[in-house]
Design a protein around this ligand. Structure first.
Ligand code: FPP
Length: 232
């Protein structure tokens, strides 16, 4: 959800104004995804690197997150949306952590869209933690190193049990992953939109899904329509 700051600066307003509008667009996008029958949505709301922003901005984002969860909890339940969070949740202020935990608990019975907030999340940290957990199991004699394969690594990541993303939408024209689900996005279709996040909309989501539906996902293999290679 990139571009909140620039959106506000273009309007000569403080960056926090962009984050406020960004939170509203996040809410609308979540509702649109639930309505469209999308099964999984992950929002990269705060990266491990975002802690390095000015304290004032970090505090604003934490307060916004807390308020957003408190206000939206009932709507999530009404829309049958299950909430979860990935990332270094221990780094969140206690009040935010409490809202996160309550939202997870209160929506645990929901069976529709699985909404994941990546909070204080970093793909590299996710891989480091998975490696540590695997190493501990090996050291304890619970895991044979020969059993370590892709499924084993995936099962130790924060997203264990969830499918890999099909489509990543990055707003504001930046064409980088910024430490987002590095392992899990190996074969995701990556769509970069020039739109700043506060200008994202249901229409743009539908356009992105239409684009995705035209993609041919080969997963490293040849096209199913490709002719057989000539024999030599
Ligand atoms: C990136 O824009 C956005 C963030 C780091 C925060 C994302 C947070 C929200 C959308 C609001 C809170 C979210 C929820 C779901 C309640 P940027 O600040 O990097 O913008 P810039 O690149 O233009 O500076």
């Amino acid at each position: 959800m990139d571009g909140n700051g620039r959106w506000a600066e273009l309007r000569r307003r403080p960056r926090t104004f962009g984050h406020l509008r960004g939170a509203r667009i996040a809410r609308e996008t979540i509702e649109a995804c639930a309505e469209l029958g999308i099964e999984n949505l992950t929002l990269y709301a705060f990266s491990t690197e975002n802690w390095l922003r000015p304290l004032e901005e970090v505090s604003f984002l934490m307060a916004l997150l807390s308020r957003h969860l408190r206000r939206e909890r009932e709507t999530l339940i009404k829309n049958n949306i299950r909430f979860r969070a990935i990332g270094e949740l221990d780094r969140l202020p206690a009040s935010v952590r409490a809202e996160v935990d309550k939202t997870i608990a209160d929506t645990a019975h929901c069976t529709g869209l699985l909404l994941t907030f990546a909070l204080s999340y970093g793909g590299r940290q996710d891989l480091v933690e998975a490696t540590r957990q695997i190493a501990l199991k090996v050291a304890a004699g619970e895991l044979d190193p020969l059993q370590i394969d892709e499924n084993c690594v995936a099962a130790h990541l924060a997203t264990a049990g969830q499918p890999d993303p099909d489509l990543v939408i990055r707003t504001s024209g930046e064409s980088r992953l910024s430490n987002f689900l590095l392992w899990q996005n190996a074969y995701a279709e990556f769509l970069v939109l020039p739109t700043l996040w506060p200008d994202f909309s249901r229409e743009k989501l539908l356009e992105a899904l239409a684009w995705y539906s035209q993609r041919e996902r080969r997963f490293g293999k040849v096209s199913s329509h490709a002719e057989s290679p000539a024999t030599v």
